[in-house]
Ligand binder design. Structure first.
Ligand SMILES: O=P(O)(O)OC[C@@H](O)[C@@H](O)c1c[nH]c2ccccc12
Length: 257
């Protein structure tokens, strides 16, 4: 039996091949002023990257009503530092067009959240309005990670490099990642443990920006992260399920209404 990450990556390889056969089509959109994710994460006391995600393999359908532009506006009004938008179609019900739609309404840095295995997906990310891309260490050889990172910088984008354990963290540091996401969710088993972030944070030097990802549900979680010296979190489900996203984001940060 293949684990879910292996399944997703197989599907992704087919997607990339098909895209290459069709050729890239560019939207007429390219000189949008890029926003720095790094800067946005540094300027707040605790920064939240708010995620737009309709469904996931671990949770199924998360949001029945789904209007990416409206959600992006709510996130920006609520004081999110940046927005992450899922573009994977088969497993997360995302779309590249959601990214472009969100770009039209937000000035916040925008992250393309997908399983990136090929340079062409970074060109797409830029073409559809992203400022940054996610690169998952578990999905790539160190050589491929390196070349994707180079491509990212060459296109004027930034990368959130995702790790889940100490070995992956070492690789991320080795390739010079400036922003490292620690995924609390094991992509092979779906198990979520915030302790993953707490334990790995101690091994990272101050110049690197750490983002704790997945399973963050309340202010108590954020207090734990802060105590471990982590200054940013990527939050999807908790916000996507909230009727009042503004109030929920405020509660996450402040612990009260
Ligand atoms: O919805 P959550 O538990 O708050 O998690 C958000 C984010 O961390 C998660 O969507 C994620 C982390 N890494 C990924 C890689 C691909 C797709 C999705 C993800």
């Amino acid at each position: 039996m293949k684990n879910i990450l292996e399944k997703i990556l197989l599907t992704k390889q087919k997607e990339v091949l098909a895209r290459k056969e069709r050729g890239l089509f560019f939207r007429p959109f390219w000189d949008y002023p890029r926003k720095s994710l790094e800067k946005a994460l540094k300027t707040q006391d605790f920064a939240i990257i708010a995620e737009i995600k309709k469904a996931s393999p671990s949770k199924g359908l998360i949001a029945r009503e789904f209007h990416p532009k409206k959600i992006a506006e709510e996130y920006e009004n609520a004081g999110a530092a940046a927005i992450s938008c899922l573009t994977d179609e088969p497993f997360f019900h995302g779309h590249l067009e959601f990214l472009a739609a969100v770009r039209e309404v937000t000035k916040l840095p925008l992250l393309r959240k997908d399983f990136i295995i090929d340079e062409i997906q970074i060109e797409e990310a830029r073409a559809f309005g992203a400022d940054a891309v996610l690169l998952i260490v578990a999905a790539l050889s160190p050589e491929k990670l390196n070349s994707l990172l180079e491509k990212t910088y060459e296109l004027g984008l930034e990368a959130l490099v995702e790790v889940h354990d100490e070995k992956e963290l070492e690789i991320a540091i080795e390739v010079g990642a400036k922003i490292i996401g620690i995924n609390n969710r094991n992509l092979k088993t779906f198990e979520v443990k915030i302790e993953t972030s707490l334990a790995l944070a101690a091994k990272v030097s101050e110049e690197i920006i750490l983002v704790s990802e997945s399973g963050i549900k309340d202010h108590a979680d954020i207090c734990l992260l802060k105590a471990a010296g982590i200054k940013a979190a990527l939050i999807g489900e908790t916000l996507m399920r909230a009727k009042d996203k503004e109030a929920t984001l405020y509660q996450l940060l402040k612990g009260q209404k």
